[in-house]
Ligand binder design. Structure first.
Ligand code: RIB
Ligand code: CA
Length: 307
């Protein structure tokens, strides 16, 4: 039986890969796509999600969600994702968003689904946190919560914080405390999914799917930053989906994870107790290693199944 999931995203160039990988994989049943602001504003991330679902010719409801975090405002990242969030590639417009807001849709699905639902968060975690804060008992209806967020060490949005964690650290703290299994896909993991020029060229040759071609066009607009010496860009978000498809490609470590909620320079930092120095109960499974070549092979094999 396919694993039922809700995918919460902020497309976002890497979100685009994650969304289409999920839609291309029969092991997953995407019950809904929920959208937040983040990489760019909700006024772009929502139509981007709708366009991607339409490109994949998928019949999945897309719900508008938070255009701001629980506190403050989102900090966008147009330098990576472009002003429109998809590198300016310009996909054909998708359909209309489903009626209602993301947090309510998440709760309604959790309340009515016949089996526990896996929550996949690849955006600031605002929508997921709002759903569970307003009806905490529904956390029990979540099979696991897989989050692309955090880092063992330095961040990518600030020296201390990864982008999704920085954008809504309170929301991340809510999920870490909700009592359900949380899986963290950190920057240190996604660094092992480095999309180099060569890997992108191989991916583009994987098939004749228009979805694959457009994704490669989008990824080709992503700048290679100094973090990897100008050799590539980490393909963050599809790692979260790949965990559900091929957990054998990963190694894991049970950890206690805390997130800095202070106003200072460390706000949004995830402090991961790798050696159990605090002696506290583990609240997350942190993915440690990824077989990078197998990950890109999975991407190619799946994405070429799309139209
Ligand atoms: O730090 C990377 C994360 O922030 C990814 O989800 C990317 O899409 C951005 O949202
Ligand atoms: Ca994202």
């Amino acid at each position: 039986m396919a694993t039922p999931i809700i995918l919460d995203c902020d497309p976002g160039t890497d979100d685009a890969f994650a969304l289409l990988l999920a839609l291309a994989s029969p092991e997953l049943e995407v019950l809904a796509v929920t959208v937040a602001g983040g990489n760019v504003g909700l006024e772009c991330t929502l139509p981007n999600a709708l366009a991607l679902v339409a490109l994949a010719e998928a019949n999945v409801p897309v719900y508008a969600g938070a255009d701001r975090p629980l506190l403050g405002a989102f900090v966008n990242e147009t330098r990576v994702h472009g002003v429109d969030g998809l590198g300016g590639i310009g996909l054909p417009a998708g359909g209309a968003a489903a009626s209602g807001v993301a947090a309510d849709a998440i709760r309604a699905i959790l309340r009515s689904a016949p089996r526990r639902v896996t929550l996949v968060g690849i955006a600031p975690a605002t929508n997921l946190a709002l759903a569970l804060m307003t009806e905490p008992s529904l956390a029990d209806r979540a099979e696991q919560i897989v989050l692309m967020t955090g880092a063992w060490g330095e961040g990518n949005a600030t020296p201390a914080a990864e982008f999704n964690a920085l954008n809504d650290p309170e929301a991340l703290a809510v999920l870490l405390a909700c009592g359900r299994p949380v899986v963290l896909v950190t920057l240190n993991l996604t660094a092992q999914a480095l999309c180099t020029t060569e890997r992108l060229a191989v991916l583009r040759r994987a098939g004749t799917s228009q979805c694959l071609a457009r994704l490669c066009d989008i990824q080709a607009t992503v700048p290679f930053g100094p973090r990897f010496g100008g050799t590539g860009a980490a393909l963050h978000d599809p790692c979260a989906v790949a965990w559900l498809l091929r957990p054998d490609l990963f190694t894991t470590r049970a950890c206690t994870v805390s997130v800095d909620l202070g106003p200072g320079p460390c706000r949004g930092r995830t402090v991961i107790d790798r050696w159990n120095r605090w002696g506290l109960p583990h609240n997350a499974t942190v993915l440690e290693t990824l077989h990078g070549d197998a990950f890109f092979a999975l991407l190619g094999e799946r994405l070429t199944r799309l139209p």
